[in-house]
Design a binder for this molecule. Structure first.
Ligand SMILES: [Fe+2]
Ligand SMILES: [Fe+2]
Length: 197
């Protein structure tokens, strides 16, 4: 089984492993609530894989991307946090033979993008709100999502509203820290803003 293979190969610090298991739990929960077409197994595998390469040095990301023909931009080299999504997706496809839906969920889990597929949205959002996240922004977002989910008849709307808010938060943080903002994140924010109007 893919899940066991990935678990066996996963080499993460205790802190990141705890985070990853939190993402597994949140992804299964979100999939069940919003996208019953996603199997719990797929949600788990995507979550286990999402930060697989996060602790690799920059050279290793570049080596993986080169090996599997994945293009890397100068912005990504300057901000290697973005690279783990690409190298992780490359390994998901080439080493573990994961299905395209899971590969693309890993690929877009950091920046998000406009019009995310159900699994892309579930993984992206699970990464943001998993229970071990203690940043005030994450805690507030988690509470906001639960409140909207509880009170709204339209449960998809609750998720879309929370997604839009998550991009606002990310963009605000990046501005405050004088960090570059990925164009995909801006497109995602505009997309979910329009969707929730
Ligand atoms: Fe990540
Ligand atoms: Fe993560």
């Amino acid at each position: 089984m893919k899940k066991e293979m990935i678990l066996q190969d996963l080499r993460l610090s205790d802190k990141r492993m705890k985070h990853t298991l939190g993402v597994v739990k949140a992804a299964v929960m979100l999939a069940k609530r919003h996208s019953p077409e996603i199997t719990p197994e797929d949600a788990e595998v995507a979550a286990l894989m999402h930060d697989f390469t996060k602790e690799y040095p920059v050279e290793k990301h570049l080596e993986i991307c080169k090996t599997y023909g994945v293009e890397v931009t100068e912005e990504e080299i300057a901000s290697p946090k973005l690279l783990h999504a690409k190298s992780g997706a490359a390994l998901a496809k080439a080493v573990y033979g994961l299905k395209p839906e899971i590969v693309s969920a890993v690929r877009w889990h950091t920046t998000g993008k406009s019009g995310m597929s159900p699994l892309e949205a579930v993984l992206y959002f699970a990464d943001y709100i998993e229970e071990n996240r203690t940043f005030p922004g994450c805690v507030r977002l988690r509470n906001y999502y639960e409140k909207e989910y509880g009170k709204r008849k339209d449960k998809q709307k609750a998720l879309f509203l929370a997604l839009e808010r998550s991009f606002d938060l990310t963009i605000r943080d990046l501005l405050a820290e004088k960090k570059p903002i990925d164009a995909k994140t801006i497109e995602a924010r505009n997309y979910y803003l329009k969707l929730t109007k």
